[in-house]
Structure formats: C-alpha cells, structure tokens
Unconditional design. Structure first.
Length: 183
C-alpha cells in the first residue's frame, strides 16, 4: 500500500512538473510574441511621419507612398493570433519601405533632410529590434514545440490543450530578397 502511494505521489509530482514546464514555455512564447508586436507597432507609428516628410519632396511618387500606407494598414488589420499572416504582411511592408528609402537617392534634398534621416535611422533601428524579437519568439516557439512533441511530456500536453506554436518566418521568396538601397 505504501509503495503504491509513493508511486502515485511520484507520478503526480511528475505530471505537475511537466504541466508547469508547458505553462512556462507557453507564457515565454506569448511574451516573445508581445515583443514582436511592440516593435511592429513602433514601426507602424513611425511610417506616417516618414511619409509626410517624403511627400513634400516626392509628390509625384504617390504610387509608392500609397502602397506603403495600404501595406501598413493591411499589416495592422491581421488578427493578433495569425503569426503567419502577420509575417507575410510585415514582409511586404518591409520591402515597400526599402523601395521608399531607395527613392531618396533621386532626391538629394530629401537625403539631406534631417527629419528624413532621423526617421530613416529610427525605422532601421526598429527593423533591427524586430529581427531580434523574431529570433527570440522563434526560440520560444521552438522550446514549446519540443515540449509539446517530445515523450513523455506529449502525453500531458495533448490532453491539456497545449499545441505547437507557429514560427514567425518569411514565406515568400520575394520577401526574402534584400532591397537595393544605394546612397
């Protein structure tokens, strides 16, 4: 009887440890996604200021400016849990921003404009933060996925509703291309 209780206590303790590990991994993944979301919001907030600065110099480049506004709005409209959709929308927006920065070469006054330079530097810094946040999120998603899929924790994960997390990755080869920006 005592041996049975000891075995039951060990199994129960193990289940608690596995469950707590899964909860921790899920929360780290959600925190990592929050970090990406904060940086994407920061970039989205900087874009209107950048566009206003460019408008005065490149009024006839309306198509590029409208494309960026539309892509920004599309990225903001992606539901919060749609990691793949958000990655695709943000990839397209990043490419459009690259085109905008390339336009500056045709407008020497714009390149020399302090507001443009500061906004460009802010967006480039934000892009670096987004990249670091993506790596952190993908690492957290990997850790959760390993726990959800590996034995014996998968015996606990499935019945308790834990599932794999999607990676925040670029799916389109066009989005992977580095925009040519020359100053």
């Amino acid at each position: 009887m005592i041996a049975g209780l000891v075995i039951l206590a060990v199994v129960a303790g193990y289940l608690v440890l596995v469950y707590n590990g899964l909860v921790k991994a899920r929360n780290v993944k959600e925190e990592a996604w929050s970090g990406i979301d904060v940086q994407l919001k920061r970039r989205a907030d900087l874009i209107p200021n950048l566009l206003e600065t460019v408008k005065g110099y490149a009024a006839h480049e309306r198509g590029t400016l409208e494309e960026i506004v539309n892509l920004r709005n599309r990225a903001q409209a992606v539901p919060a849990g749609d990691v793949a959709g958000r990655a695709q929308a943000e990839g397209m927006l990043g490419q459009a921003l690259g085109k905008l920065f390339a336009l500056a070469e045709a407008y020497p006054d714009l390149k020399a404009n302090q507001n443009f330079s500061e906004l460009q530097a802010s967006i480039e810094g934000t892009e670096d933060e987004i990249q670091m946040s993506r790596r952190y999120y993908n690492g957290a998603a990997r850790d959760l996925n390993v726990k959800v899929e590996s034995f014996p924790s998968n015996l606990v994960a499935g019945p308790l509703g834990f599932s794999k997390a999607p990676y925040f990755e670029i799916t389109s080869e066009a989005d992977r291309a580095v925009p040519a920006i020359k100053f």
